[in-house]
Design a protein around this ligand. Structure first.
Ligand SMILES: Nc1nc2c(c(=O)[nH]1)N[C@H]1C(S)=C(S)[C@@H](COP(=O)(O)O)O[C@H]1N2
Ligand SMILES: [Mo]
Length: 391
């Protein structure tokens, strides 16, 4: 067998390294407390993330309501906020167990307890998965796609399942230790510096600071103090942000052309309308937010034609489903499905105007979909086709 030189031999180096981490604050109790906090943040983040996925790709058993109109704003706001809070929590949690990474041999008591191998293996997946999810999530809300050589949504979704699996194994194997650590009498530590309570307060303050610095993109009254929020929901044409401008969508010409038509089809036939004909239809108003999956939300005052009125013209009813199609070609967001709860909701509009003005080109001129309680990616802009069918 090859014998490694001492400086490369983990059996020699690992015990030396672990002696360098001398903080007396590390304890099973501290790790348990940080673990519970991190676990709760991850739990909410995974659940709200799954909700957002299910709304966009509904499995047969899942139906998302159109009321309360701001429910998605809450769930997606929580998804992004808990993901951001998890950064300082996870960092502190990993710090609290850091010396254990240098334990040697890595698999102890393997013969007595072969499940150790499962626990150690799942730990690698858990730590890697958690760091990967937080990193890609932050890159996504910062709209910095360059470092990700993959399609964010799909990879973020599948890595979540790996992370959940590893997290469940981790909780199952650590629960007895956590219970013991939290019920045992507190062992006082002699320290001249930071106390355990001080450390926990610091981690809590970091989590609070991250939240205050970013939550304003979801909760508008806090927008002014949220200095690290990737988006200010008050800034953009007509007072709110644009994710895809008309130039990037390649619709500048087709959307402003005199040849623009809206095609409406359904069980009772089809019609085409010019913008002026749409404006001549009964106009309605609704106050609804755009809630981007990236966490920012902006409420606006919309005017336009009710989608359910269009559905009725071509023979549909409250059980009809609608598919809207954009002038934009070849994008994942070029079409979206409007399920019956949203299609029949009187607040759902094919909007022609916003905040007292004609819709700006970047917000979807000549018309866009706006429906309550729905992710921003499904609020299709530059709509040119409305198809009514049975779900
Ligand atoms: N056709 C089309 N519609 C679209 C998009 C798009 O890229 N193409 N982006 C969506 C996304 S991700 C969001 S958050 C909202 C943003 O709407 P706004 O630009 O009016 O703020 O539009 C949605 N509608
Ligand atoms: Mo979005």
């Amino acid at each position: 067998m090859v014998r490694l030189p001492d400086h490369l031999n983990p059996a020699v180096q690992a015990p030396k390294l672990s002696k360098r981490f001398t903080s007396k604050l590390r304890s099973a109790r501290l790790t348990s407390q940080l673990g519970i906090a991190t676990g709760v943040a991850f739990g909410i983040c995974l659940l709200t993330g799954y909700i957002s996925h299910a709304i966009q790709h509904p499995p047969w058993w899942f139906a998302w309501p159109s009321r309360p109109i701001s429910l998605y704003r809450v769930t997606q706001g929580l998804h992004v906020a808990t993901g951001l809070i998890a950064v300082p929590l996870l960092a502190a949690k990993l710090w609290s167990v850091y010396p254990k990474l240098f334990r040697w041999p890595p698999l102890q008591n393997f013969k007595q307890n072969p499940l150790n191998a499962l626990e150690r293996g799942s730990l690698i997946l858990l730590v890697a998965g958690a760091i990967f999810q937080l990193t890609t999530g932050i890159l996504n809300i910062a709209r910095w796609y360059a470092p990700m050589g993959f399609f964010f949504t799909t990879v973020h979704f599948w890595t979540a399942w790996i992370t959940i699996g590893a997290l469940l194994i981790h909780i199952a194997t650590k629960l007895p230790i956590v219970r013991r650590a939290l019920t045992a009498p507190i062992r006082p530590v002699k320290t001249t510096g930071l106390t355990r309570r001080g450390l926990l307060t610091g981690v809590g303050a970091a989590a609070g600071a991250v939240t205050v610095a970013t939550i304003g993109q979801t909760v508008r009254p806090l927008a002014a103090i949220s200095v690290l929020a990737p988006r200010d929901p008050r800034i953009g044409p007509q007072g709110f942000p644009v994710n895809t401008p008309a130039t990037s969508a390649g619709v500048t010409e087709s959307a402003t052309s005199a040849d623009y038509r809206l095609t409406l089809t359904g069980p009772a036939g089809s019609h085409t309308y010019t913008v002026d004909q749409l404006r001549a239809m009964p106009q309605h108003e609704s106050e609804l937010p755009i809630t981007c999956v990236e966490g920012w939300s902006a409420t606006a005052h919309w005017t336009g034609v009710r989608l359910r009125d269009l559905v009725a013209i071509v023979g549909g009813d409250d059980d009809s489903q609608v598919t809207v199609t954009s002038l934009q070609l070849g994008s994942l967001y070029s079409t979206s499905t409007v399920a019956p709860p949203h299609a029949s909701n009187p607040l759902t509009l094919l909007a022609l105007g916003v905040n007292g003005e004609q819709l700006a080109l970047d917000h979807g001129f000549p018309c866009r979909l706006i429906a309550p309680n729905r992710p921003g990616v499904m609020q299709t802009k530059w709509v040119t086709k409305v198809e009514v069918s049975r779900p």
